[in-house]
Design a binder for this molecule. Structure first.
Ligand code: ARG
Length: 468
């Protein structure tokens, strides 16, 4: 039997190897539901403009419903000769309906069909990723109440810098993931453009109604140029970029918690049911889940790179190269989905080692900047205060004590303006209390932010039950 895409022009069968080489059914079978939805919308429109009779349309719609059921129950067979999911479904329709089935592919081509199906798929993927991002944010926010009084060192250059509340850390990730959600929402608007009916490249001479199809499929707009529409893969690229940035954010978090879970830091205990062991060292409890989250970032970014190179220099309009976009996006989506799912579970199940953290706050002079600001409030110029506190830190280092352990005489030697009040800002806890600026780790600020996130994420009632 001739394959549907090989018209009477050939008079010769394709080389045996060509079908295997050019097929896409092995991956684009994932578009079956979108393809059927697109075909039903297309057929309803064709009936509305009287290209199909109502009877033909209802036969087509019923048969497409049966094909959907066959696919979902595993009764549908695929063959490389039929190349892709679009031709498999069309051929199944023709097998059921004969000539009526042969009418479905009127006023469209696979070029716009592929694009439309893929857009529908990406639209759903974006919604699922948005949902997973929300769940991860909720896991971070869910920790905030429980960890409200924990102070952690914040680092710059990986050197101890200033003390912050643990919830300030958790909400830092919420902000990053919120930007990811915004980016996806923005990208979704462009994904949500209907290309069906732009046909092969120039449109069609048949009186189709593209706006009708678009609204049946929930698209927000109709692509305005057939040359652009059938060649456009921007939506896939920007989705993949958004996924790459999510992966980057996850990777930063994973790296941080891997470090924090080491004996050297000892800040956090990862949930044991999300850790792995060693086949030779019996004592090992390894953070493989976090390492794979970090590692798979490479895969997602790799897919973005392959898409960028794929479309580079393609002339208008459809070129078969574009078939290669799907494995990249499918894999990027499933990697990010599984990483987000794992991350939410690890975030919810980890325990902070409060004792080890508290002991570590003694080191690193986390309160030095607050001391400098205390001097600034006593009208000492910043540069002078910076220098004076540096001298005090050096003195304290030589004695091997924290700043709070220096006597007032020692303090005054460096800075005669000081009085007892200085002890009110020394030590990590007091230093944290001293913050006041918007966006800082000031406890009142952080409490407001936590409340704000809880309401934005629809988290009512008790904070999530948290460990330790
Ligand atoms: N399987 C192809 C794809 O996914 C279908 C494209 C058909 N268009 C064409 N002109 N051969 O891109």
């Amino acid at each position: 039997m001739a394959t549907p895409s090989r018209s009477g022009v050939f008079g010769v069968a394709p080389d045996r190897r060509v079908e295997q080489f050019t097929e896409s059914i092995s991956f684009d079978h994932r578009l079956y539901a979108q393809d059927i939805a697109g075909s039903i919308a297309h057929s309803r429109m064709l009936a509305r403009v009287r290209i199909l009779t109502d009877d033909e349309q209802s036969q087509i719609e019923r048969a497409l419903g049966e094909i959907l059921a066959d696919i979902e129950s595993g009764r549908f067979e695929t063959r490389v000769e039929l190349e892709d999911i679009h031709m498999h479904i069309e051929q199944a329709l023709i097998n059921k309906l004969g000539d009526v089935g042969r009418k479905l592919h009127t006023g469209r081509s696979r070029n716009d069909q592929v694009s439309t199906d893929f857009r529908l798929w990406v639209r759903d993927a974006i919604d699922s990723i948005d949902d997973l991002l929300g769940k991860l944010q909720a896991a971070f926010v869910g920790r905030c109440e429980h960890d409200a009084d924990v102070i952690l060192p914040a680092y710059t250059h990986m050197q101890r810098a200033q003390p912050v509340l643990a919830p300030h850390y958790w909400l830092a990730y919420c902000e990053k993931f919120e930007r990811d959600r915004e980016r996806l929402r923005d990208c979704r608007r462009r994904v949500n453009t209907c290309t069906l009916g732009t046909a092969a490249v120039a449109g069609t001479s048949l009186p189709i109604d593209r706006a009708d199809v678009a609204s049946r499929l929930g698209f927000e707009r109709v692509a305005a140029n057939s040359l652009d529409a059938s060649s456009d893969r921007d939506f896939a690229l920007e989705t993949c970029f958004s996924l790459s940035l999510i992966a980057e954010h996850l990777s930063t978090w994973a790296e941080e918690w891997i470090l924090w879970s080491t004996a050297e830091f000892g800040f956090i205990q990862l949930p044991l049911d999300f850790c792995t062991g060693s086949s030779i060292m019996p004592q090992k409890i390894n953070p493989d889940v976090l390492e794979l989250i970090r590692g798979r970032t490479g895969r997602v970014i790799g897919h973005l790179m392959s898409l960028l190179v794929l479309v580079k220099g393609l002339p208008l309009a459809y070129n078969r190269d574009l078939q290669e976009d799907k494995p990249a996006v499918f894999d990027a989506v499933s990697v990010v989905q599984s990483c987000l799912d794992m991350a939410a579970a690890v975030v919810a199940g980890a325990k902070l080692n409060r004792k080890a953290i508290a002991a570590s706050l003694e080191r690193g002079y986390l309160d030095a900047t607050t001391l400098m600001e205390y001097l600034i409030q006593r009208r000492i110029p910043q540069r002078t205060a910076h220098h004076l506190v540096g001298q005090l830190v050096r003195h304290a280092m030589q004695r091997g004590v924290p700043l709070a352990d220096l006597s007032l005489d020692e303090m005054r030697e460096a800075c005669p303006e000081l009085d007892e009040g200085v002890y009110g800002v020394l030590g990590a806890a007091r230093a944290v209390e001293a913050f006041v600026s918007y966006g800082s780790t000031a406890p009142a600020e952080v409490a407001l932010r936590v409340a704000d996130w809880r309401s934005r994420l629809g988290m009512h009632g008790d904070a999530c039950p948290t460990p330790n």
